[in-house]
Design a protein around this ligand. Structure first.
Ligand code: AMP
Ligand code: ZN
Length: 475
């Protein structure tokens, strides 16, 4: 089996992925979206990178069982359902459908299991009962249940957080007032496993041994991961913000119940930023897939942009980057089409005859980049440089190229009859002009950059310069 190496947040080093179970099946759990609104493109960066990892493992011959949950019980979903005066299920169903549609459009493989927290209340209650029985958790006077952090000395090892220091800082800076509504917790960092019913929950609650209420957020992932993947999993993924406290809490809960290591490999991806800034509603820079599509960008360009940065570095999303992605996809598609013509092949023949590739001759440098800590930018660079200098002709070339596109999740867009890629509205020659003009501007060749801008204006397109780039708009 091919060796795939990935940074492990837990060990702080790049380690080979080795299945923990004798059946060789890689068990992967990723924290999914909270379904109360549209997922934004930052969320999709994380889901797309997880998808590329999964596709790489599949292409390298691993058997993978992939679970990604849906968080449908929390303050936001409850508030949403109450605001619309509908049941929690009715409310979340709408957002789940939108999320699944977006994933489908982005060519993200559907999980093998996609469990909802609200459908697994019994499993969560059972886990909390075990934690209480083993004295890792306690009930407070209002009927909430908390995990006792002091009972798990390894707490903090994943993120490197020092809980004692945190507790002191918290008391010094925030003072007692912050704790007012949680006053009967033993320690400020003990976290909720079960939340007692509150007026604002309306009709949304479940019965439990501790009275009416609902599970805390963290316990759902422990319960569903154990249910569908067993006590020890191979890879656990999520955005970097989940490392503490969510993943620390997941480790504490699960390991205290099972007595076994919970996760072999922790896979965290850094965040997406927009034009150099944090994404936020108030800054007006929070984009959904629908937002970008309405600006004329194709889903394939969005996918390409979001996977084009190394997952261990924050990615700065810019409209010029999105335009460059369109242009790269256009180049790739044109090359594939020309090669096919030269080789006298039809697309359908290629796609039909694809088998698993065992050894990569042509694209080995691109594949190696992925096998070595999922280095997507390096992989894309290698792919283009190989395409530029390749003398091909063999069937092997096409199998490799198809598999590489499959791993990147762009096979559906490149190996299809659709002419235009990357944009749903902006013609590729306009995109090319935009990229050329951007390059001229970067090179401080202002005469050329003005010439290209005027050319674009003549063709009915306007360039809007932004802080870090530009975007094209129809006049
Ligand atoms: P949520 O719906 O907030 O639970 O988040 C779903 C996933 O998106 C989690 O893995 C988060 O860590 C991840 N995420 C949230 N914001 C960003 C961002 N700006 N960039 C990348 N991933 C993010
Ligand atoms: Zn989780």
């Amino acid at each position: 089996m091919a060796t795939i190496k990935l940074y492990n947040t837990q060990s702080r080093s790049i380690e080979e992925i080795i299945p923990n179970h004798l059946d060789g099946v890689l068990r992967i759990y990723c924290c999914g979206p909270t379904v109360y609104n549209y997922a934004h493109i930052g969320n999709f960066r994380t889901f797309l990178l997880q998808d590329v990892l999964r596709r790489l493992l599949l292409a390298m011959g691993y058997e993978v069982r992939f679970v990604r949950n849906l968080t449908d019980v929390d303050d936001k979903t409850i508030r949403g359902a109450r605001g619309e005066n509908i049941s929690l299920e009715q409310f979340t169903e709408k957002w789940i459908n939108i999320f699944r549609n977006d994933c489908e459009e982005l060519n993200i493989l559907a999980p093998d299991v996609e469990p909802k927290a609200a459908s697994h209340i019994a499993e969560q209650i059972a886990m909390i009962e075990q934690l209480i029985r083993k004295q890792y958790a306690y009930m407070t006077s209002d009927g909430s249940v908390y995990f006792r952090l002091s009972s798990f000395p390894r707490y903090g090892q994943l993120s490197g957080i020092n809980v004692e220091q945190l507790a002191t800082q918290n008391e010094n800076s925030a003072g007692q007032t912050n704790l007012a509504d949680e006053y009967d917790r033993d320690n400020v960092h003990d976290f909720a496993l079960w939340k007692a019913y509150k007026e604002e929950d309306g009709g949304i609650f479940w019965e439990s041994p501790w009275g009416k209420g609902r599970p805390g957020w963290h316990i759902e992932c422990s319960a569903m991961s154990v249910k569908y993947l067993g006590e020890t999993i191979d890879i656990h993924g999520g955005g970097i913000d989940l490392c503490f406290p969510h993943h620390e809490n997941e480790i504490a809960q699960t390991e205290c119940v099972t007595g076994k290591p919970f996760v072999g490999h922790w896979f965290h991806s850094e965040h997406l930023q927009i034009e150099g800034q944090k994404m936020s509603k108030s800054l007006g820079n929070l984009f959904t897939l629908a937002d970008l599509k309405s600006k004329g960008y194709g889903v394939e360009a969005i996918r390409y942009t979001l996977i084009s940065g190394y997952y261990r570095q924050a990615l700065n999303f810019t409209f010029s980057g999105l335009d460059a992605a369109q242009s790269a996809l256009h180049k790739l598609k044109t090359k594939v089409r020309n090669f096919l013509e030269e080789d006298n092949l039809f697309l359908a023949q290629i796609v039909e005859s694809i088998s698993k590739v065992n050894t990569y001759h042509y694209f080995s440098a691109a594949i190696e980049a992925l096998k070595n800590d999922l280095n997507t930018p390096k992989c894309l660079g290698e792919m283009f440089s190989i395409l530029n200098r390749t003398v091909r002709g063999e069937r092997q070339f096409w199998e490799e190229l198809y598999m590489l596109c499959f791993i990147l999740g762009i096979e559906r867009f490149i190996f299809c009859e659709k002419q235009e890629v990357g944009s749903s509205e902006i013609p590729s020659d306009i995109v090319e002009l935009g990229v050329e003009r951007w390059r001229a501007k970067q090179d401080k060749n202002f005469a050329e950059s003005d010439r290209l801008r005027n050319l674009l204006i003549g063709r009915g397109w306007r360039i809007i310069d932004t802080k870090d780039g530009y975007r094209l708009e129809k006049k």
